[in-house]
Design a binder for this molecule. Structure first.
Ligand SMILES: [Zn+2]
Length: 391
């Protein structure tokens, strides 16, 4: 699930483990410029991806609140105590995302991991990226953790010590773990099989801090359902393979949102119904703009040689710089694909364990912004691919 409000705030929740059928797609959160603000003169009204600022002086800030409740299960006798062990898990979890080959976000992109204390230090108004284990907030039933992201809609927007130089720049990203749920460090998980793996949960939430929404890929770190208690995501990270817990879908997302010097491939196109009249029931989304393609479909790139899912994307819209209004034409773009491979594509509706409701940010609140030059209305996600509407 995601939610957005003003100031632009997205919270994404990691849910309890659930049954999973594989479906796929990395999804990057978007922000639209407030075109009523004079500071945005000349800025595009098209959706822009949410991104950490790699040019932040001293590196991307990060701190954690060292207040730990009894729900954080650690290894008895760990050198330095529970705080030292949790700090190690945090550093490993950051390194998972910073260790993706071909991404421009590297371990050097981050500032050293700082600390704070008090328990309730995760606030979206301080411009500090904070992780809290004991914050006194309410969690909906089944929610293990959530991340709150504030991203800029105005050039020059400030939050704490940060000033936005681009639309979508993340100014604050806080991770809160549910203090009522038991989490175990990797070292303590085997002895606490009813606890959730702390590292898997942190990796998922840190993905949200980098601008990623839930991914319907069942093996992806950004899949919105946690591994079952006592189990963990993928393979544990090692110094040789720090990104081992991730799926290729997560890696593609990193290469797209934080491009590096290595070239990767992109596949793009549009998803259209066999019978275009099946779209006639969707009203115009803004003046003169009709729904002309499938909205909310998953397009998945599979390695043609191995049959493995590489990456996917959520199809539905494009935004031409000449018009600067989101057009619901079924456009998809899958980037971050290794070159020199052949890919097979398939398309599926979002009817698996990851529902359109879990993607409500990317599908409902982010493609258009009320009160701006891009004040369109997204159509509902199309989940009936076999609709054959006759005139
Ligand atoms: Zn999530």
């Amino acid at each position: 699930m995601t939610r957005n409000s003003f100031p632009p705030l997205a919270a994404a929740f990691l849910l309890l483990a659930g049954a999973a059928n594989p479906a796929r797609a990395y999804v990057i959160n978007q922000q639209i410029a407030d075109t009523t603000n004079p500071a945005n003169a000349g800025v595009s009204a098209c959706p822009m991806p949410e991104q950490m600022n790699l040019d932040e002086s001293g590196g991307i800030d990060r701190q954690w609140d060292t207040t730990l409740g009894a729900n954080i299960l650690t290894t008895p006798g760990y050198p330095g105590g529970a705080q030292a062990e949790v700090q190690g898990v945090l550093l490993d979890s950051f390194s998972v995302w910073a260790g993706v080959a071909g991404s421009g976000l590297t371990p050097a992109s981050y500032a050293p991991l700082g600390t704070t204390s008090g328990g309730n230090t995760c606030t979206p108004t301080d411009g500090l990226n904070t992780i809290c284990f004991a914050q006194d907030d309410s969690f909906a039933p089944g929610v293990l953790a959530y991340t709150t992201v504030v991203a800029a809609t105005v050039i020059g927007q400030t939050l704490g010590a940060k000033t936005a130089s681009s639309i979508g720049q993340i100014l604050d990203a806080d991770v809160e773990l549910n203090p009522a749920v038991a989490f175990a460090t990797p070292g303590a998980l085997a002895a606490n099989p009813t606890a959730y793996d702390l590292e898997s949960i942190l990796i998922h939430e840190l993905g949200h801090t980098l601008g990623f929404a839930e991914s319907p890929v069942a093996v992806a770190a950004m899949f919105p359902f946690a591994p079952a208690p006592g189990t963990f995501l993928g393979t544990r990270p090692t110094p040789e393979a720090p990104d081992a817990p991730l799926a290729d879908d997560d890696r593609a997302a990193m290469r797209v949102n934080y491009p590096g010097p290595i070239a990767y491939g992109t596949i793009s196109g549009r998803i259209l119904p066999a019978n275009p009249l099946s779209l006639a029931s969707f009203p115009a989304t803004s003046a003169g703009m009709w729904v002309t393609g499938y909205y909310g479909a998953h397009v998945v790139a599979v390695n043609a040689a191995t049959g493995q899912v590489v990456a996917g994307a959520l199809a539905g819209w494009s935004c031409a710089s000449s018009q600067q209004v989101t057009s619901f034409d079924g456009t998809y773009t899958i980037g971050g694909l290794p070159l020199g491979q052949s890919y097979t594509l398939y398309v599926e509706p979002v009817t698996g364990p990851v529902s359109p409701q879990m993607l409500s940010g990317p599908l409902v609140t982010q493609p258009c912004a009320a009160g701006t030059a891009n004040a369109c209305t997204p159509p509902p996600a199309n989940t009936l691919f076999d609709a054959q509407v006759k005139p």
